[in-house]
Write a protein that binds this ligand. Structure first.
Ligand code: SF4
Length: 144
């Protein structure tokens, strides 16, 4: 977690709000960002790491892209440049949550992030270790 993240106003809000396709939800998320004490840090991080979906730093992805011109590429050799990559770097923890049958929004709370990052991290883990992913998630399936 970045140092500023613990002061983020969105920690007290449903993460789904920041990834909703509804305009009203997006405006509400932007309102939360406007009152957030770490908005400048968040926006800088989102631009630097090329976060390409969701409301971050008070802007949606197209607004961030317009602000930035284009996404910055991560530095050569950089590791875990996005939140999703950070989460995917410890697949055992993520798979344990998935095996419990938690939703992306529930898992997001454990990581103090949003459901979009969890979905992205899950996709990375699934791509990198399909057999391990299948074993973990098959175990979480409920029988009826
Ligand atoms: S500015 Fe960033 S940290 Fe603050 S509420 Fe918005 S998304 Fe969360």
């Amino acid at each position: 977690m970045q140092g500023w993240e613990k002061h983020a106003s969105c920690r007290r809000v449903d993460p789904e709000l920041f990834f909703s396709t509804k305009l009203a939800d997006q405006e509400l998320a932007k309102m939360v960002c406007r009152g957030c004490p770490v908005q400048p840090d968040c926006l800088e991080w989102a631009l630097e790491t090329g976060q390409d979906h969701g409301i971050l730093g008070g802007l949606d992805e197209s607004e961030r892209r317009a602000r930035h011109g284009r996404w910055k590429r991560p530095p050569e050799g950089a590791k875990h440049t996005t939140r999703a990559q950070q989460i995917a770097a410890d697949p055992d923890r993520l798979l344990a949550f998935l095996a419990q049958g938690l939703t992306p929004a529930q898992i997001a709370r454990e990581y103090n992030t949003n459901a979009g990052s969890i979905n992205e991290a899950t996709a990375i883990v699934k791509r990198q270790a399909p057999a391990v992913y299948a074993a973990a998630t098959t175990g979480s399936e409920t029988t009826s």
